[in-house]
Design a binder for this molecule. Sequence first.
Ligand SMILES: [Zn+2]
Length: 284
Amino acid sequence: MKTLKKILKWTGIVLAILVLTGISLYFIYLRPFMQKMKEVHVVQYDKELTLVLGGGGNSGILVSDSLVLVIDTKMDEAAEQLASQVKALAGSKHILVVNTHFHPDHEKGNAYYKGQMILAGGNYTPEFWLKQNGSEGVPTVWLKDRMEIPMGDEHVTILNLGKNVHTASDVVVYLKKRKMLFAGDVILNKQAPAMFGVADPAGYLDAFNTLPKQFEIQTIVPGHGPVGGMDVLENFRQYFLDMQTAAADPSKKDGLVAKYKDWGQIPFAMSPGATIRAFQKDKH
Ligand SMILES: [Zn+2]
């Protein structure tokens, strides 16, 4: 009887600690992170190009005489706002939606583009997409390698990276005249990446090398965080190199992780620790 009481007492204490930890993590990290993610900033970059930042993944709207290109469709209210903005700009023009990848913060708004072309990376299948995201807004075009689209005086390249980086089929969009790369979650600005599923740190490092060789990049629109120059790529590369060092030499971990304390992160899921674990997993 005494032992049972003791067990019950300790189970209660452990449960209380777990619940309190959960609640504190929610209020300290998750809630501010989610609130920040909801903020939307519209930047009229030039006459034809509008950047709609936040509210899920960063988006772009490029308008030409006959076509409106939309990069990533966001989630929640921001997705609805983006869709009405796109429709107002498009009028009777065709709309081409590009999803940089299948995560909901980049594709939930697809549901607002019924009857339009929606393009995603061809390493996914419609069945996979359906299983992940439900039947609303499943892409209609599955890009295997690359697509070139002249849009007025702009030339657009849509490229499927074709191997595991952030996901199994990340798509980037390059605007040649503007020397601008929409990188999806392959490049983030001051935010730790989500290393879920097949996310591969070696794939990221490879992409940081190959993208600047394929495209002359002056401006980067990251999947999340502010727009910037090549420094956005270099900072994100340095983050991965630091986490690789920390994975190989745990004595350096604290110092290297501390460098990124100002970056957006969620413990365990999107954090330096998660990236370090991904590097360690990579080796086995
Ligand atoms: Zn994202």
